[in-house]
Design a protein around this ligand. Structure first.
Ligand SMILES: *Cc1c(COP(=O)(O)O)cnc(C)c1O
Length: 402
């Protein structure tokens, strides 16, 4: 199996990119460099502006060899020239907004997105004088209508957390580039295996590496992959100046997880498709949303755009009261699946998300946008991250309550 972006196969890339036997010791596994500073032969030079591509390591806020290894692995998997890792997915999202937007600029953000990104876009960016339009990104005409002469960035997320709605990335990239704007995409739900963001025209590919890339639920981190020029600007602003850098220890854990990402994504997809198919047979379940199911409203786009359907399932059971009662039953009776937020781990996780509560806090949609959200989520959804357990055991566990 050869990889779209690399002369080597995707499994080889995930294992070997960014690393090699340690020059000093011959260690086959990459060393963990827990060093904040590096002995230098330079007399002076300590500004973000002095950082060159070939600069030696100086101080870990600028760069650390273990973090660099993870950045090179993610860049290789995404087929981009470079990548910047930061302390969390939110640090990575903030880095995009604060590097590429200034007071007076306009940004178009998906009207449904990871809750932290939605709240940042609705509350923080306007306070800094950045004008924000929130748009249903599954509708390219709505995005076209929202473009203005001062639009600098379009930020989308596909599949979108928590409802699994998709963005046609090639269509939105054409709109962004036609208007002289950048396109950033939060591809956390898809993982780098899910879609070829770079080939589809995305300039900045965002991952919460806390999720599939790390894959084991033990380390928080974020990454943005893109061109040398865009990533160098972000490294200067977001890493060196805003300072939210990734710990080398987290980078080492996450790189160890990433080595098996291609294998894990195949297993995640197989497990999710078995569980999603079973959920569709349950009388109590009124709606299942999974890009791999023919019943997904954008299944055609999913087949065109996605190489791996990942393992995020949303499902409904009727009214908000019914959803809350079922969530309570899950807390009491599930034995394998953890009732917890987050996703993309080897352990399966499930969480109830009521529509009214999300609207009051994160999304604040009304009119047609609320109707579009409810068309996917009704009064609320269970967000199920299917892990790597045996699908029969997950089905048996859900069978205790469904
Ligand atoms: C979790 C998540 C984030 C935020 O990442 P953290 O690592 O928790 O800061 C951003 N986007 C999506 C889609 C996520 O699922």
């Amino acid at each position: 199996m050869t990889h779209r972006n690399s002369p080597r196969g995707v499994m080889t890339t995930a294992i070997h990119a960014g690393e090699g036997p340690d020059a000093a010791t011959g260690a086959s596994a990459p060393p963990l460099h827990m060093s904040s500073t590096f002995v230098t032969d330079q007399v002076a030079g300590f500004s973000a502006h002095d950082l060159q591509d070939n600069s030696a390591y100086l101080y870990a806020r600028w760069g650390n060899p273990t973090v660099r290894m993870l950045e090179q692995k993610i860049a290789a998997l995404e087929g981009t020239a470079d990548c910047l890792c930061l302390a969390s997915g939110m640090a990575a999202a903030t880095a995009i907004f604060l590097t590429f937007l200034s007071a007076g600029d306009h940004v178009i953000v998906s009207d449904v997105s990871y809750a932290g990104v939605a709240e940042l876009a609705r509350d923080t960016l306007p306070r800094l004088g950045i004008r924000v339009s929130t748009v249903n990104m599954s509708d390219p005409a709505a995005v076209a209508a929202a473009l203005r002469p001062d639009t600098r960035l379009i930020h989308t997320e596909t599949p979108v957390n928590p409802i699994g709605r998709l963005t046609d990335l090639a269509a939105i990239a054409a709109l962004a580039h036609g208007a002289g704007a950048l396109l950033s995409c939060d591809a956390t739900f898809a993982s780098p295996l899910g879609q070829d963001c770079r080939a589809l025209g995305v300039d900045l590919i965002l991952h919460s590496v806390t999720k599939y890339i790390g894959g084991h639920g033990d380390a928080v981190g974020g990454a943005v992959a893109g061109s040398n020029e865009l990533i160098a600007r972000m490294r200067g602003e977001a890493a060196i100046h805003h300072g939210g850098v990734m710990s080398p220890f987290n980078a080492w854990l996450i790189a160890r997880g990433l080595a098996t990402l291609p294998l894990r994504m195949k297993a995640h997809e197989a497990g999710a498709s078995a569980v999603a198919g079973w959920l569709e047979t349950r009388p109590a379940v009124t709606r299942v949303i999974y890009p791999g199911l023919p019943s997904h409203p954008q299944h055609d786009l999913a087949q065109r755009q996605m190489r791996n359907m990942s393992a995020m399932i949303s499902f409904q059971v009727g009214s908000a009261d019914q959803g809350e009662a079922l969530a309570q039953a899950m807390i009491e009776r599930l034995e394998t699946i953890h009732y917890a937020v987050s996703l993309g781990h080897h352990r399966s996780l499930i969480f109830w998300m009521g529509t009214r509560a999300l609207m009051d806090t994160s999304f604040r949609l009304d009119g047609a946008q609320l109707a579009d959200y409810r068309a996917y989520a009704g009064d609320g959804i269970f967000r199920l991250s299917v892990g790597l357990e045996d699908a029969e055991d997950l089905i048996a566990d859900l069978g205790r309550v469904l």
